[in-house]
Design a protein around this ligand. Structure first.
Ligand SMILES: [Zn+2]
Length: 275
């Protein structure tokens, strides 16, 4: 249990007022550790809202520096930050919002060699990446470690997200393996309306807070999709597959796989690994 200071009681009063959250829920938030993979379009709103909420420890991993073309949607980075490591720019804003939050930065790519070691220290993981190899890597690492995560993907005017907890459908239950190279464009190739990143990232932040506090029903065994052109939101039921190669009863994947960077080459990857 944490004894909240008067300042913290005031800061978090709108959480504490919620009957479903209360002081107990706020204490859970302050004890929680969340890892955000990608300090880009999705990672920006997630990092801002989780810092504001008082999540005790937030890890953020991204190998890139801030680029001018990021600022249209990656709202945690400012014009003055162009050229600066994204994780440093993000940490500065998170701590400006809430000095209570401990921010761990990882200026590196997530890959098979570091994923388990980094993820094992966190309670919940946010997938804020825009490339399929890393999405599968996050899925596989989280399933192996028994960690919950929020999947997020955006492109043009559309978004999709679901939450995985141990025992519920995973990314491979829905999509067996990454699409072939070049089959699906990324945001850096096809574009994305900036506000879409905010729409999806805030859903992911809400899922993390729901998981931490135990409030409500998570987006498990359901894939939420939306099209901002029509503002149609749908949830498609999905099932955990017993034949899933990673979470099924006879898994065939027993190690992490670094798939070839399918959707963009390594040079452009440096600018596009987070949305
Ligand atoms: Zn699965």
């Amino acid at each position: 249990m944490i004894d909240l200071t008067e300042e913290q009681i005031e800061r978090y009063s709108r959480h504490i007022l919620l009957a479903d959250v209360g002081l107990e829920g706020q204490e859970k938030i302050m004890n929680a550790k969340v890892l955000i993979v990608g300090a880009g379009g999705l990672g920006s709103p997630v990092a801002l809202y989780l810092a504001a909420a008082g999540v005790g420890t937030i890890g953020i991993i991204d190998a890139d520096n801030v680029d001018l073309s990021n600022l249209q949607r990656q709202v945690i980075h400012f014009t003055k930050d162009v050229g600066k490591p994204k994780v440093e720019s993000a940490k500065e804003k998170m701590q400006a919002i809430n000095p209570d939050v401990k921010v761990n930065t990882y200026k590196e790519f997530l890959y098979s060699g570091n994923a388990l070691d980094i993820i094992k220290d966190y309670d919940f993981v946010i997938d804020g990446t825009d490339n399929f190899p890393v999405k599968f890597l996050i899925n596989d690492a989280c399933v192996m470690l028994g960690k919950p995560f929020s999947h997020g993907g955006i492109l043009r005017f559309k978004g999709q997200t679901f939450t995985h907890v141990p025992g519920s459908a995973c990314y491979r239950c829905m999509f067996k393996e990454p699409p072939p190279a070049g089959a699906v464009p990324t945001c850096s190739q096809a574009g994305v309306l900036g506000a879409i990143a905010g729409m999806l990232g805030t859903i992911q932040a809400a899922e993390a807070l729901k998981y931490i506090t135990g409030v409500g029903e998570l987006l498990t065994n359901r894939l939420l999709t939306f099209d901002a052109k029509t503002m149609d939101f749908r949830t498609i039921p999905v099932k955990q597959r017993d034949s899933c190669p990673i979470c099924g009863s006879h898994p065939t994947i027993d190690h992490l796989i670094d798939y070839e960077q399918a959707a963009c080459d390594l040079a452009s990857h440096k600018k596009s690994c987070s949305l």
